[in-house]
Ligand binder design. Structure first.
Ligand SMILES: Nc1ncnc2c1ncn2[C@@H]1O[C@H](COP(=O)(O)OP(=O)(O)O)[C@@H](O)[C@H]1O
Ligand SMILES: [Mg+2]
Length: 264
């Protein structure tokens, strides 16, 4: 990681919230995630109905929808936490899950470079920041490499270095989010599924999260982000897709007005 100095130069970023339009500059793309006709739910209650979505490598997709539309369920199903009722999920050209089986448990997906950050982070409360970060890269099984990655992260994210001995249970919401982002930076996933990165954060913290998301994106990570704070992310996203009553709509969500109309 030494040569991958994290870049938080925001001068190149397009955080112009008032004049939000989609960032549509794609480079040459190839498919990283392919969801085909996915249906699922809980017990007898169906939540997702025939969802199909293809995500290109390097893309940032913003997933919108009103509460209960099935957004979190979709990310959980991609990550193999919830079984499929129908359909298939492929990642980097391989089928991960197809009805009726979760072929790849989520514990294995991190090694395949897929990462999921749930809305409510799952930090180990009685461990400190450094220990939580270390656990997120245990799967690398290379102590030297783990040490190096952590040292680099502390250099890049001084807030984590300053708090490294502090217990997770004693962190503020913003600091907890920084730990989650630190995990994403350490792991450099090919695909990051992020459920409501701004939930419970102040405006300042939201801007900080966006800057780190920019860095993660610049590292080449493909992002699927659920957020209600659409204006904040519209410049950052390449594409917006919407869920309504468990059905996915992928067309005509270009502007804030399109999205507002979709949400009502
Ligand atoms: N663990 C669960 N058990 C039963 N029903 C659930 C569970 N999680 C979510 N649901 C239901 O599934 C629907 C979709 O929820 P969710 O995917 O969390 O929506 P969103 O993230 O868009 O708000 C809602 O009706 C919700 O009540
Ligand atoms: Mg949700």
């Amino acid at each position: 990681m030494g040569k991958h100095k994290l870049n938080i130069d925001t001068s190149q970023s397009s955080l112009d919230y008032n004049n939000s339009t989609l960032n549509t500059q794609h480079s040459t793309l190839s498919q990283i995630l392919d969801i085909q006709n996915l249906s699922t739910g809980y017990d007898k209650k169906q939540v997702l109905f025939g969802v199909s979505l293809q995500v290109q490598k390097g893309e940032t997709v913003l997933l919108v929808g009103s509460n209960g539309s099935g957004k979190s369920t979709l990310l959980k199903t991609i990550f193999g936490i919830i079984p499929l009722w129908h359909g298939a999920v492929s990642f980097q050209g391989n089928t991960l899950h197809s009805y009726p089986k979760l072929k790849t448990p989520h514990s294995k997906l991190i090694m395949k470079k897929m990462m999921y950050l749930p809305q409510k982070d799952e930090l180990f409360e009685d461990m400190n920041v450094q220990e939580n970060l270390e656990i997120s890269i245990l799967h690398l099984r290379d102590a030297q490499k783990q040490k190096q990655l952590l040292a680099q992260l502390f250099e890049d994210m001084s807030v984590l270095k300053d708090k490294r001995q502090q217990l997770a249970s004693q962190l503020s919401g913003g600091e907890r989010k920084m730990v989650s982002l630190g995990m994403a930076l350490l792991n450099k996933p090919n695909l990051l599924l992020f459920d409501e990165p701004f939930a419970g954060l102040s405006e300042d913290n939201i801007d900080m999260v966006i800057r780190w998301l920019e860095t993660i994106k610049q590292n080449g990570t493909t992002l699927v982000i659920i957020e209600h704070r659409i204006k904040k992310l519209l410049n950052f996203a390449d594409r917006v897709v919407g869920l309504k009553l468990g059905r996915l709509y992928t067309d005509n969500l270009q502007t804030i007005n399109d999205i507002k109309q979709f949400l009502v």
